[in-house]
Design a binder for this molecule. Structure first.
Ligand SMILES: [Zn+2]
Length: 251
């Protein structure tokens, strides 16, 4: 795969970077990334990934734009209220960068369809708003061997990490959240600048992984936007994890 003169000009500021270079750019161009959720996290991640030249983006979201989204989802405009988020986000990505092929999937991803929707991707970035979806996505990523960037923000707390096999996202949260009752962003509130920061950090983890700049798996990055504190904690694997645990691997 080679880069055209237009692409070399467009990506000049990152191609010049040590440890990224033309090789890193070609890896981004060849990469297929699935984004779960075109919400607050997606609004931070999608522009960063599209502008950087990730070759194929699949945007999966079954929602439509609501007026109350616009406070933290600046990829959508006031005159798009009522429109399908996946389609509008895909159009946004391709308007930023014509070298990106963005595909919209107006679907709610769940345990039954996650494997089919996510296969043939090199990385998944999950910015969905509930644990049932997150666990279904994580289980599918482990089964398919696809690295997962999981990013979330609520109130003043943001968390984002790269999961590659074991430990998986289920090791981190356990089995208690498989139900659908955790969609609490509406009641708890969230600061838009926080979701955009966490989404942007998720895109950074994705780009580092895709370009081969480092292996960031096994750590969770936490941003407390109230005390304004960033920290990273190691994620231990759960030996009893029913997705990636010992029992599953030996059975
Ligand atoms: Zn696990």
């Amino acid at each position: 795969m080679s880069l055209s003169d237009q692409e070399l000009e467009r990506y000049a500021r990152q191609i010049v970077l040590p440890r990224f270079g033309g090789a890193g750019q070609n890896k981004l161009k060849a990469a297929r990334v699935a984004l779960i959720g075109a919400g607050g996290i997606g609004s931070g991640a999608i522009p960063a990934l599209a502008a950087a030249g990730v070759g194929k983006l699949t945007i999966i979201d079954n929602d439509v734009v609501d007026r109350s989204n616009l406070q933290r989802q600046p990829i959508f405009r006031d005159d798009q209220i009522g429109g399908e988020k996946a389609l509008l986000a895909a159009q946004f990505a391709m308007a930023i960068n014509p070298h990106v092929e963005a595909v919209a999937r107006h679907r709610r991803i769940d345990a039954d369809n996650a494997g089919e929707l996510l296969e043939d991707h090199d990385l998944v970035l999950d910015g969905s708003d509930n644990f049932a979806t997150r666990l279904a996505v994580s289980d599918a990523c482990v089964a398919l061997g696809i690295p997962l960037v999981s990013a979330a923000a609520v109130q003043f707390q943001g968390q984002v990490g790269l999961f590659r096999g074991r430990p998986c996202f289920r090791c981190f949260v356990g089995d208690a959240f498989d139900s659908e009752d955790c969609d609490n962003c509406a009641e708890l509130g969230v600061l838009g600048a926080l979701t955009l920061t966490i989404g942007g950090f998720g895109a950074l983890l994705a780009i580092r992984a895709l370009a081969g700049m480092g292996d960031d798996a096994g750590k969770l990055h936490l941003l407390d936007a109230d005390r304004l504190d960033w920290r990273a904690i190691p994620l231990p694997a759960d030996p009893g994890c029913r997705t990636c645990g010992v029992a599953r691997q030996s059975g």
